[in-house]
Design a protein around this ligand. Structure first.
Ligand code: NAP
Length: 548
């Protein structure tokens, strides 16, 4: 670390620790930590601010019972620096604490925490055009100057709370899944109500059903959940899975969603019913996201093909749920939306719990919630007594975590104002008027359609290469132009409009948040197309950016 550099020195010259950093990274999940490590290797002075109280990124916050990844641990880890060679996952799909253990392991190898300030909530970032630096302030009064800021808050940093009359007067325990008490919460023998049946809801429902005196599930849209096929892993299993990992890591770059598998290069619509069903059955036995992102290539683009899988899925659910009325609520004859255009969950015993006497399913589109009372919930049909109210109601995804920070760029203009009518970015990485700022896993990148650690590494590499280049050039200021971000927004929208993702109201395009501009926030053209685009930009000397 150099100790005496002028305040307007180039990006990457080492900065002055505690005074002006080369880079402040906001957010210490997979993306933020990867960036910390890479930039330190490049000689940057860098720190991470994380709102969480410890390592884990999104898994620090989402520690509700049953929280676990829907990706296998093997592919939900870093592939670089041989980190994958030593860590053993105890389950095929790691739980939140399994992922936290993994982060601790990474920290033991890379010595990250010495440069992380936990419990530090970035409240504002203000650009100084004279000094060419950002001043970032935290909610507890800390201040940090930095030549570049990387916002790596993830796609789910801002929980979405439902607007329910009386919620604040509820006298029992009420927790959003993403703000679960760190010490846990025992639901044994309690009357539990879970609102929401997204990925978080499904997971907490499976756990609550096993211990609650009574569990009531408030479902607005059924989750077209797929079998997880969870299993414990021994050391030998880990060794065996490691054998093929290098090739599997390579595949991520070529696959639509950054996984180690891709769609079957065949159309379901061109096969006989018998052939199609045989493939569905085989994939069903294996479980996992193959059924979604490794299914026939026309499943997410052709409604008829899609329906063949929906009908197959529906029949599987009906076989497991004893009461036909409940089965119909969970898997209706008319699909709520085409399969896979809203994120399906992986489940273990989700559909089976509805056969238990202590579990009730309520369709809140038929029996709406009227208000929350101090001891329960009043619906259109009556009263549900409740000790524990779980809000599995999701997030203000993609842009919410960034816009929660008060960001002021060139000429005092704020990001909140700029994005009030919708997000504009250059490949989800930067936005005009906010120089020397980059977003990781940001809006208009593939984020929702890309395995997190894959994005952390590939997009992280893009960013660290970019910053290394700026360091080599002696650059002090960079900014992408409005012209290129208009073009990117139009492209993201065009790909979306031509897809079936328009057919479900989902967080992918902001439809889950009342009043949020309806706009595709997750690039749905696929991981390979995204990185090919970036390669083009890079080869053209980082076309679309202006440098000083
Ligand atoms: P989500 O998918 O947005 O689901 C929220 C649920 O709450 C939906 O069922 C939604 O109904 C319901 N809801 C929201 N507001 C409501 C309201 N006012 N009244 C009634 N119901 C309401 O959120 P999430 O389950 O937290 O998952 C978000 C994303 O995080 C996932 O898609 C996934 O990418 C990630 N995640 C991953 C894992 C994992 O890997 N295992 C676990 C959790 C989360 P509607 O569907 O009708 O809107």
């Amino acid at each position: 670390m150099t100790s005496a550099v002028s305040e307007s020195a180039p990006i990457g010259d080492g900065g002055v620790e505690g005074h002006v950093l080369d880079t402040l990274v906001i957010g210490g999940g997979f993306s933020g930590l990867y960036q910390l490590d890479r930039l330190r290797d490049l000689g940057f002075s860098v720190k991470v601010w994380d709102a969480a109280g410890g390592l884990g990124g999104i898994w620090w916050w989402n520690c509700y019972p049953g929280a676990r990844t829907d990706s296998t641990g093997q592919i939900y880890q870093y592939s670089y620096k041989d980190l994958w060679k030593e860590f053993d996952f105890t389950e095929l799909y790691p739980s939140w604490d399994g992922v936290r253990n993994y982060f601790e392991y990474v920290d033991s190898k890379l010595d990250l925490t010495k440069d992380i300030e936990f419990n530090t909530v970035a409240e504002s970032c203000v650009w100084d055009e004279d000094k060419l630096e950002w001043t970032v302030r935290s909610s507890d009064g800390k201040q940090q100057r930095a030549r570049t800021v990387i916002v790596a808050t993830g796609f789910g940093a801002k929980p979405l709370y439902p607007s329910l009359e009386g919620l604040e007067d509820f006298q029992g325990e009420c927790h959003h899944t993403a703000r679960w008490p760190q010490g846990g919460l025992d639901m044994t023998g309690k009357k539990v109500v879970v609102m929401g049946t997204g990925s978080s809801g499904v997971q907490v429902i499976q756990e609550a059903a096993g211990v609650a005196e009574h569990l009531t599930v408030l479902q607005r849209t059924p989750n077209l959940a797929l079998p997880m096929r969870q299993r414990k892993l021994t050391t030998e299993d880990n060794d065996r899975l490691r054998e093929t990992l290098p090739e599997r890591f390579e595949t991520r770059y070529k696959a639509f969603a950054g996984f180690d598998f891709d769609f079957i290069p065949q159309n379901a619509s061109e096969l006989s019913e018998e052939e199609r069903l045989a493939t569905y059955e085989r994939m069903w036995e294996d479980g996992g996201f193959h059924l979604w992102l490794g299914n026939f290539q026309d499943i997410l683009v052709d409604e008829e093909a899609n329906r063949t899988f929906y009908d197959f899925w529906r029949q599987k659910v009906h076989q497991r749920v004893a009461d036909p009325k409940v089965a119909e609520m969970l898997a209706p004859a008319t699909p709520p939306h085409p399969f896979g255009v809203k994120r399906p969950s992986l489940e273990q015993n989700y559909f089976d719990v509805y056969n238990q006497d202590n579990v009730t399913l309520i369709d809140s589109t038929v029996e709406p919630i009227k208000r929350v009372l101090p001891n329960g919930i009043e619906t259109a049909n009556g009263f549900i007594e409740c000790d524990v109210l779980v809000l599995g109601t999701g997030f203000d995804n993609n842009s919410g975590g960034i816009m929660a920070i008060d960001i002021t760029g060139v000429e005092g203009k704020t990001l909140q104002d700029k994005w009030a009518g919708g997000v504009d970015t250059y490949l989800g990485l930067s936005t005009a008027g906010f120089p020397n700022m980059l977003f990781l896993y940001g809006p208009q990148s593939p984020s929702g359609f890309c395995n997190g650690p894959t994005s952390a590494e590939y997009q992280g590499q893009v960013v660290s290469d970019f910053l290394a280049e700026l360091k080599a050039r002696g650059t002090r200021r960079f900014e992408s132009t409005e012209e290129v971000e208009r073009a990117w927004r139009a492209h993201v929208d065009e790909v979306f409009q031509g897809s079936m993702f328009t057919k479900a109201r989902s967080w992918y395009w902001g439809a889950n948040v009342p009043g949020k501009p309806a706009q595709m926030l997750n690039y749905s053209g696929g991981v390979p197309a995204y990185f090919a685009k970036w390669e083009e930009i890079k080869n053209a000397g980082y076309k679309g950016f202006e440098f000083q």
